[in-house]
Design a protein around this ligand. Structure first.
Ligand code: AMP
Length: 214
């Protein structure tokens, strides 16, 4: 299956991606994770992307589209994929459609996780992410068993550089102006499954999996 996850920053895309990829046995492709790993290793791409990520701006389309095309050419994507954080603009969505068409395939479903704005800010500013396995926790809503230690792999939990309030407000604004129009774009292709993401992570997972089974 080929899925796309849509939703504002803090909607729970990363958390739900773990469940969806397990159920369908498909690779989880997060453009944000790819950029962060390139920044950590200070690659050419990482150096170009760093300023955009830190301020909550989008990395330019040309750079992002090439990166995703390269990833989609890899062997493990043959049986499907779960795109998380891509596409984020109409030109990215058009480039993806065109690329998939060249390969003779199509996206099966777009999962749109819908969350109220005030909940998003609260969720993101309390988020802590494992440096090692990228698992996500929240200091109040989903705390780790041991302070600052990942429950799954024992890695150190850190705050993402762009999870401060200023960058978060910017990221939500960018989402509203550039990414939210994709809901209409994919509605025209009858692909959108909208899920109420204000509920608990477990309830959201159940609704997504039920919706995808239909
Ligand atoms: P995320 O982890 O999905 O919240 O992404 C973190 C940051 O990576 C974003 O705020 C952007 O700076 C950058 N980024 C991730 N995906 C994209 C994309 N599809 N287009 C442009 N920038 C992106």
């Amino acid at each position: 299956m080929r899925f796309i996850l849509l939703g504002a920053p803090g909607a729970g895309k990363g958390t739900q991606a773990v469940e969806i990829k397990q159920k369908y046995n498909i690779p989880h492709i997060s453009t944000g994770d790819i950029f962060r790993s390139n920044i950590k290793n200070q690659t050419e791409l990482g150096k170009k992307a760093e300023g955009y990520l830190n301020s909550g701006e989008l990395v330019p389309d040309e750079l992002t589209i090439e990166l995703v095309k390269d990833r989609l050419k890899q062997e493990d994507v043959k049986n499907g994929f779960l795109l998380d954080g891509f596409p984020r603009t109409i030109p990215q969505a058009e480039a993806l459609d065109e690329f998939l068409k060249e390969l003779g395939i199509k996206s099966d479903r777009v999962i749109n996780i819908d969350v109220d704005k005030k909940v998003l800010i609260e969720r993101i500013t309390g988020r802590r992410v494992c440096k090692n396995c990228k698992a996500s926790f929240h200091i109040a809503f989903n705390p780790p068993k041991v302070d600052s230690v990942c429950d799954y792999c024992g890695g150190e939990l850190v705050t993402r550089a762009d999870d401060n309030e200023e960058a978060v407000r910017n990221r939500i604004g960018v989402y509203e102006s550039q990414t939210a129009p994709l809901i209409d774009y994919y509605n025209k292709q009858s692909l959108v499954l909208t899920i109420d993401g204000n509920k608990s992570p477990k309830e959201v997972t159940e609704e997504i999996l039920k919706g995808l089974d239909k």
